[in-house]
Design a protein around this ligand. Sequence first.
Ligand code: F6P
Length: 355
Amino acid sequence: MRIAVLTGGGDCPGLNAAIRAVAQRGWTMDDEVCGIHYGWSGLTGEGEMHTLSPIEVRDILHESGTMLGTSRTNPGRSKEDLEEVVRNLRRHAIDGLVAIGGDDTLSVAAKLHEAGVKVVGIPKTIDNDVPGTDFCIGFDTATGVIADALDRLLSTAKSHARIMVTEVMGRDTGWLAVVGGLAGGADFIAIPEVPVHIDYIIEHAAQHIATHRFSVMAIAEGTQVEGLEVPKAEVDASDQFGHVRLADRGIAQRVADEIERRTGIDTRVTVLGHLQRGGTPSVRDRYISTLMGSAAVDFLHRDILGCMTALKGQEIVSVPLSEIAGKTWSVPPELYELGRRFFRTMAALESPQGT
Ligand code: F6P
């Protein structure tokens, strides 16, 4: 087969490991493997791609980012753009396509499948919000960055008896905040799925300061905080999928300002931003990327098409793209409640008054 691989959407650690696995698995089957440049944009116009060589992918397993480049180009926006992608795939004699991406990229892949393209998706996003899989490439490394940052913030928070408000990514879901926050020992976690009132945050901060003299909070960038003026993110700055830049809302800064204004407690802000998308991929990200990249090629050869590779327990299985396209995997309320009860109970147990 002549297989093509692309990465779309935000980059994350583990993409290169997946590209390498697609190429190496393909070569064991005598496939030719092409790399498409900058996501779907490499299949518009004349198309931009090249045939991968072993030397190119040999040493990329541990490297972050994507050797192919990525973009938030959305050919699914119009029939003409989608047809152009199909034409380019035909013109370059591509027999099968592996699209590595989050919900946006996989939704385009689902449309291409309907248009007759042989396509298999691989889920990646540090947000970890693609349904149908236990795990998305990039999530593990990103939560490691958050936990490490919270460890570092804890020592300075304790030293200065301060509140540290930490903003983490997570556009629609709070997987990063919950998993990174629990792993890093945040005493307060706020996520997009559960709106929270500023009074509640301030009450928590004051209580934690009273019992511990410090507080370290993890707040997802997409969190809705009631009772607080937060400007809407600029729609003009939205990408082709209509996503606004949530970091522009400055939610952590606004929460911190309000805490300080109303309590007088010294409060500082750290926005982790794109640090969460870089760094050496974790073992789990490299491992799952390798399994998924290899499985994607197997699926193409076995005509298991219009699906994505999904981790279910210890196994890689196929999940139809039609089942997951346009959907989001949210943090289950029980998990968030567990986190909330956990830090509430700990605060009460550790308080000198036992309250
Ligand atoms: O989709 C992953 C993500 O990292 C989100 O958490 C975040 O809101 C967004 O990408 C940022 O995108 P960009 O790199 O385009 O600013």
